[in-house]
Design a protein around this ligand. Structure first.
Ligand code: GLN
Length: 544
C-alpha cells in the first residue's frame, strides 16, 4: 500500500510548497522509490481552465487533457512522472461530484454534509490510481486557517486515523521572518501556525521553515520544543539561487531522511545518487556564453503566466550550456514599425507564445515579420504559430485580409474555429456557443512529421505526441498558398486534417507549432525544440 505525505502551509502563501513537494519527490525517487504528487486546490472553480492567467498563472495541461494548477508543472519537471487528471482536484470538482451523486439519489435519502460526504470524496480522490506507488505526496493549497481549505485538512486528519502513522506523514511549511530592527529571526508565527494545525487535529511530523538567514541552533530548538517536533525534523529552507538547486539544498538539510524517519524507515548511511541535479547546477552556474530571447506576449507583467515556457527556455540553456536571458516584451507596444526594430534588434531569438484574444496580435504579427525578414531565429507556439501563418499569408502570399475567426468574422480565415476533430476516444464535437470550460482541443495528440524536414531532424523521429490547448486551428485549405510562400506544413495530425507544425527551411530557424512543447520539457531532458532554438540563438549571437 502507498504511503501518504500530506503537505500544508502556514503563516503566508507563496512559501514554495509546490517546489518543496516536487523536490522531496525527486529525492525519494533518487532513493529508488516510485512517487506521484497531487494537488488539492481549495477554490470553487471546477478547474483553473477558465481562470485568467493574471489570477492563477499558467494553466498546466496533462497528457490526458486535464487543465490543472501550475504546480503540476513543477511536479513533472522535477520527477519526470507525467501528471494525470487525477493529480489535481479543486473544491469545485469535489462539490460537483457530491452534488451530482445527490441528484442521482446515490445517498439514499441521507442529509448530504461536509462530513462525511465531502471528506469521503476527498479521501477517495487522494487514494485513486495509487496501486503502483511507494509514496503519494498531497499538497494542500492555501494557508492553514483559511475557511476554504478546512474540508481538505479534515479529510487528511481522517486518513491518518484510518491508515495509521506508518502510512501517513504530515509536513508543514512555515515562514521564520527576519526582523531587521531586532536583528533576529522570529519563531512565533511558526508556533501560532502549528497551534492552528493541531487545533484541527493534525500534529506535523516535519516542519520546513523558510527563512532568509540561516536558522540558529537555539531557534531551531525553540521551534522543536514549542511545536512538539524533533529538532532534526525542523528543516531550515533558505532561498536558493535556482529552483533546480532546491532538491540538493533540502537533501543537505536532511528533509528526505527526516520524512522517511517519520514513517519509521531508517535511511542507509550512503547518500542517494543526486548526480542528475549536480550536473544541472553545474551547467547553470558555469555557462559558456549567453543569449537573449525576446518573448512577445500578452501576459508579460506576470512571469507565472508563462511558467513552463520560462523553464523550457532555461532547459534549452542547460542543453547548450549557455545562460538564457529572457526579455518579456508586451506585444501591444509594437504598434509602430520602428518600435519593433528598436526592441527586437538586440534579440538572438524571438518567441511568440500561446495566448487568447486579439489584444496585441498586430504586434505579434509584426514581430514574426521582423524575425522572418531579418533572419532571426523564430519560435511560434500555439497562438504564435497561428500568427506566423497569418503573417505569411498577408506579407508573402498576398492575402491581405488574412486573419483568425477568434478575432471576429473574416473573409480569409487562415485560422478558424474547429468544431469537429478526431481523438483517441473518437470524433469530438463542439458547438460554437457551447461551454468555455474544458471544451478546447486538450491534451496529448499525435502528429506525423514530414521526411527531411527541419523538425524531423530536431526530433530525430517522424512520430511525435505533444500536448494541446486551443480552440482554433490553421486552416488546411490555405496550405498551398502558404507553402508557395515558403512556409511548409511539416507536421500534420495523422488524418492530415490539422496542421501541427510549420517551418521555413530557407530561414536559419523558423518553426511554429500548434501544441505546447514547453509542457514536456525537463531540466534533465530539455525539449528538443527548445534545445535547438537556443542553439540557433547561440549561432545568431555570434553574428551580431
Ligand atoms: N487562442 C488560440 C486558440 O484558442 C491559441 C490558444 C493558445 O495559444 N493556447 O486556438
Amino acid at each position: 500500500m502507498a504511503r501518504y505525505i500530506f503537505i500544508t502551509g502556514g503563516v503566508v502563501s507563496s512559501l514554495g510548497k509546490g517546489l518543496m513537494a516536487a523536490s522531496l519527490a525527486a529525492l525519494l525517487q533518487a532513493r529508488g522509490y516510485r512517487v506521484r504528487i497531487r494537488k488539492f486546490d481549495p477554490y470553487l472553480n471546477v478547474d483553473p481552465g477558465t481562470m485568467s492567467p493574471y489570477q492563477h498563472g499558467e494553466v498546466y495541461v496533462t497528457d490526458d487533457g486535464a487543465e490543472t494548477d501550475l504546480d503540476l508543472g513543477h511536479y513533472e519537471r522535477f520527477t519526470g512522472v507525467p501528471s494525470r487528471q487525477s493529480d489535481n482536484v479543486t473544491s469545485g470538482r469535489i462539490y460537483q461530484t457530491v452534488i451530482q451523486r445527490e441528484r442521482r439519489g446515490d445517498y439514499l435519502g441521507a442529509t448530504v454534509q461536509v462530513i462525511p460526504h465531502v471528506t469521503d470524496a476527498i479521501k477517495a480522490f487522494a487514494q485513486t490510481d495509487t496501486d503502483d506507488l511507494d509514496f503519494v505526496l498531497c499538497e494542500i493549497g492555501g494557508t492553514v486557517g483559511d475557511i476554504e481549505s478546512l474540508p481538505f485538512i479534515e479529510a487528511v486528519r481522517q486518513l491518518r486515523n484510518e491508515l495509521g502513522r506508518e502510512h501517513t506523514v504530515f509536513v508543514h511549511v512555515t515562514l521564520v521572518p527576519y526582523i531587521a530592527a531586532a536583528g533576529e529571526l522570529k519563531t512565533k508565527p511558526t508556533q501560532h501556525s502549528v497551534r492552528e494545525l493541531t487545533a484541527l487535529g493534525i500534529q506535523p511530523d516535519v516542519l520546513v521553515c523558510r527563512c532568509e538567514k540561516p536558522l540558529p541552533d537555539g531557534e531551531r530548538a525553540k521551534i522543536a520544543l514549542f511545536c512538539n517536533v524533533r529538532k532534526e525534523a525542523v528543516v531550515p529552507a533558505l532561498d536558493a539561487r535556482s529552483i533546480y538547486g532546491v532538491p540538493l539544498q533540502y537533501h543537505a538539510e536532511g528533509l528526505d531522511r527526516e520524512v522517511l524517519r517519520a514513517f519509521g524507515i531508517e535511511t542507509p548511511p550512503a547518500s542517494p545518487n543526486l548526480s542528475r541535479w549536480t550536473e544541472i547546477m553545474d551547467r547553470l552556474e558555469n555557462p559558456e556564453g549567453e543569449v537573449t530571447i525576446g518573448v512577445v506576449g500578452k501576459y508579460v507583467g506576470l512571469p507565472d503566466a508563462y511558467k513552463s515556457l520560462h523553464e523550457a527556455l532555461v532547459h534549452g540553456g542547460i542543453a547548450n550550456r549557455v545562460k538564457v536571458n529572457i526579455q518579456w516584451l508586451d506585444a501591444e507596444l509594437f504598434e509602430h514599425e520602428d518600435e519593433v526594430a528598436a526592441k527586437l534588434e538586440p534579440m538572438h531569438g524571438i518567441l511568440v507564445p500561446g495566448g487568447f484574444g486579439e489584444r496585441g496580435s498586430e504586434g505579434k504579427i509584426s514581430s514574426v515579420r521582423f524575425a522572418r525578414e531579418r533572419n532571426v531565429p523564430f519560435f511560434g507556439i500555439c497562438l504564435g504559430m497561428q500568427m506566423a501563418c497569418i503573417e505569411g499569408a498577408r506579407n508573402v502570399a498576398g492575402i491581405a485580409g488574412a486573419s483568425t475567426t477568434e478575432f471576429g468574422p473574416t473573409d480569409e480565415p487562415v485560422v478558424g474555429l474547429i468544431t469537429e476533430w478526431m481523438s483517441k476516444e473518437g470524433l469530438q464535437k463542439r458547438a460554437a456557443d457551447g461551454d468555455l470550460g474544458g471544451t478546447m482541443r486538450l491534451g496529448a495528440y499525435p502528429a506525423a512529421l514530414k521526411g527531411n524536414s527541419v523538425v524531423e531532424s530536431i526530433y530525430g523521429t517522424r512520430e511525435i505526441s505533444e500536448r494541446h490547448r486551443h480552440r482554433y486551428e490553421v486552416n488546411v485549405h490555405y496550405r498551398d498558398a502558404l507553402e508557395t510562400g515558403g512556409l511548409l506544413f511539416t507536421g500534420m495530425s495523422p488524418d492530415g486534417a490539422l496542421p501541427e507544425i510549420v517551418e521555413r527551411p530557407d530561414h536559419p530557424w523558423f518553426v511554429g507549432v500548434q501544441f505546447h512543447p514547453e509542457l514536456k520539457s525537463k531540466p534533465f531532458d530539455p525539449h528538443p525544440l527548445f534545445a535547438s532554438f537556443v542553439a540557433a540563438a547561440v549561432k545568431q549571437s555570434r553574428l551580431v
